[in-house]
Design a protein around this ligand. Sequence first.
Ligand code: SDX
Length: 393
Amino acid sequence: AHGFFTFDPGFLSTASCESKITYIDGDEGILLHRGYPIAELAIETDYLQVCYLLLSGELPTQEQYQQFRAHVTRHTMVHEQMTSLFKAFRRDSHPMAVMCGVAGALSAFYHDSLDINNPKHREIAAFRLISKMPTLAAMSYKYSIGQPFMYPRNDLSYAGNFLHMMFAVPCEEYKVNPVIERAMDRIFILHADHEQNASTSSMRMAGSSGANPFACIAAGIASLWGPAHGGANEACLKMLEEIGSVDRIPHFIARAKDKNDPFRLMGFGHRVYKNYDPRATVMRDTCHEVLHELNVSDHPLLDVAMELERIALSDPYFVEKKLYPNVDFYSGIILKAIGIPTSMFTVIFALSRTIGWISHWLEMQSDPASRISRPRQLYTGAPTRHVTPFEQR
Ligand code: SDX
């Protein structure tokens, strides 16, 4: 055992795609983290308990939880010099562009003192990332709106501290709304891990060369940014805003069916799920809770989202192609209702997915049979041929 977590290499097979962390049955719409159904985790636990579970394989006892939480909160501040990094970006930079830069820059502040061949040091790196990603995420937001950075508050919950760093200002008290805090924590849980998705595979690929975990996280963030992946929540909200009203839905449904039209229904479809994404179900219920708490009963975007979902789930085209709402379909409405700008949606996804990325990285690093990833290709280019001298070309 190395402190908190034991990664017993014995359970890992040499197959590179084997993992004990997350199980998905796309046809049945099942998502398990270490055997626990995602809906139970989202309702019965909190994000830090899920972090402990993904890292150790077991849910924490109350004593283990307190120790783990104390460890995470002890490292929530970033090196003060990192504040200068943000100032190097244009003020109107997309926060994901900033996150790619500052997350990778953690290598310059915390990697030199760590030997990733040492399991204890790997665990330290994991804690640094779980602790600091909310701080960096909130800093990327504050920088984009020209407000001062807010230091972490270790007396608050993980989600409460993030909301405080996002919305508090030095000159007045900011009280975290417990319903919003719970919704934020649930969004963190629902995005925590999802097996070998594109960004986690990017993290594993980068980590397989022995690159340090901070640089690998930057690779994961870069991959997540794409609209087909983590950027879908931002794209989904923009799509709902473009649709604008229920009567314009048929036009966009027709575009989604048109093979010659690149338009896709953002928030629908999934490479693995050919059934309802179990995360979307919880996200939809959370969306209703948040809108009720904020007395937003007739949110126009929710009306469009609910009608779009109803039509898509009954339309033969989408039914045949098994295109269901995914995790990104409702999250954007919740975040927008909380007051978070669309440009921060994928940053919050990256914050949430950090535990998934780092758990897979630790699992891979603990496997003595782990080798550098080196996919091969099917060559379809020109056969061998010889150079014509330049003066003859
Ligand atoms: C995430 O991998 C993960 O686990 C990712 C993720 C995670 O937690 O890490 O779950 C998070 O990335 C969720 C997905 C978010 N992306 C979006 O919502 C963007 C919109 N969705 C599409 O871009 C698409 O559904 C993908 C990219 C998610 C999946 O695309 P695939 O792999 O092509 O899906 P498919 O093979 O099941 O598609 C079947 C058919 C195809 O048409 P045909 O070639 O059979 O004619 O359905 C079509 C697709 O073109 N299709 C869509 C569609 N999604 C797929 N048509 C219209 N609208 C869509 N949204």
